[in-house]
Design a protein around this ligand. Sequence first.
Ligand SMILES: CC(C)(COP(=O)(O)OP(=O)(O)OC[C@H]1O[C@@H](n2cnc3c(N)ncnc32)[C@H](O)[C@@H]1OP(=O)(O)O)[C@@H](O)C(=O)NCCC(=O)NCCS
Length: 371
Amino acid sequence: MVNSGKGLENVYIDQSSICYIDGFGGKLYYRGYSIEELAEMSSFEEVTFLLWYGELPTKKELEEFSKELARSRKLPEELLDLLYRIPKTAHPMGALRTAVSFLGNLNGEPSATPEDVFRKGISVTAKIPVIVATLYRIKNGLDPIEPSTKLSHAANFLYMLHGEKPPKEWEKAMDVALILYAEHEINASTLTVMTVGSTLSDYYSAIVAGIGALKGPLHGGAVEGAIRQFMEIGSPEKVEEWFFNALKEKRRIMGAGHRVYKTYDPRAKVFKKYARLLGDKTLYEIAERLERLVLEHLGKKGVSINVDYWSGIVFHAMGIPIELYTTIFAMGRIAGWTAHLAEYISHNRLIRPRLQYVGEIGKKYVPVEMR
Ligand SMILES: CC(C)(COP(=O)(O)OP(=O)(O)OC[C@H]1O[C@@H](n2cnc3c(N)ncnc32)[C@H](O)[C@@H]1OP(=O)(O)O)[C@@H](O)C(=O)NCCC(=O)NCCS
C-alpha cells in the first residue's frame, strides 16, 4: 500500500478543535471538557451549543437555544403524510433517512456558510426524535403525539414515544445517552457527512449520507447487535460456551473493539453505570460475564468494550424497542455531524483521496461477438 493504512487507519485529514480522543488512555473531550463531567453535569442542549459554537453558553444563550430547538420540533404536514406511507417493514434508520431527505426537498438550498448549517442543524436536530417517535407510533397502530415545547429534548422524545411524561431518572439517562453519542471526531459517518459537504452539496444531503453510514452494524448498528447478542445468550451460565463458540466461528462480539480506543471506551463506563442502575438484572449479568471474557481473551489484541455495549440495556430499561436504538445514536450524533460540517466548510477543500491501482492496464478491447 502507498502511504495510508487500509480503512484510513491513523490518517489525519484536517485539523479540528471540536473533539479529542486519547485512544490508549481511554479519554474523550468535547471542546476541551471531559465526557464524564459533561455527562454528569450538562444537558444535550448545552453540549450541542458547545460543539457548534465552541464555548459553553451563558444562561440566557442556553435558554434561547433550548427554546428554539423546542419551537422547531413540529413536523410539516407533508412529512407527516409521508411517514404514514413508509412501509411498516422498514428499519427505522431507513425510514429516518427517507424523512430527513424529504425535509431537504422542502428546504434544501445549498449550505455554503456555517451559519446556514447551524440554522438547518437546529431544525433537523429538533425533528429527528419527533420523526422517530412518530414512526414508532404509526407502526404500532397508535396515534402520533404532538411534540411538547415545555419538555427537554430527551424528555420530549420519551413522552412522544410512550405517551406520558418520563420519570426523572429516565429523562436523565436519555439525556446522558444523547450527550455520549453527540460527537466522536472523524468516525465513518462524520467523514461521510464531511465528504458530501466538501462537494458544496446541501446540508440535508450530507446528513442523509451520514444516517446511511451510521446504520451499518460495524458503526452505530452495533448498539442493536450488542443487546441482541445478550438476548441470544439468554442466561449467565451460557455466556462462556457462547463466547468460545463465537471465537471459533470468528464472530465479532458486538459492542467490542474500536479503531481508535485500545482500552475501555470512557463512554461505555458511563453507560455501564446507568445499565447497573436501571437495567434488567439478567441482561446486566450476561453482559458483565461476557465483558470479563472479552477483556481477558481479546484484550491483548486491543479489543475492549465500546460505547454500544451497555447502551442497549439502558434503552431496554425504558421500554424502547431494540430497532430504535440506532436512531437514538443518530439523535445524538446529529450534533457532531453539524459541528464538523460547519467547521470543515469554513475552510473547505474537496475530499478526494486516492486508491492504489493494482489491476492491469493496456488490455485490448474485444468486440462482444468475438468473446
Ligand atoms: C469496530 C471495528 C469495526 C474496528 O475494527 P478494526 O479497527 O478494523 O479492527 P480489525 O478488524 O483490524 O481487528 C483487529 C483484531 O481484533 C479482532 N477484533 C476486533 N473487533 C472484534 C470483535 N468485536 N470481536 C472479536 N474480535 C474482534 C479482529 O478479529 C482482529 O483480530 P486478528 O488480528 O486476529 O485478525 C471492530 O472492532 C468490530 O467489528 N467491532 C464490532 C462492531 C462494533 O461494536 N462496532 C461499534 C464500534 S463503536
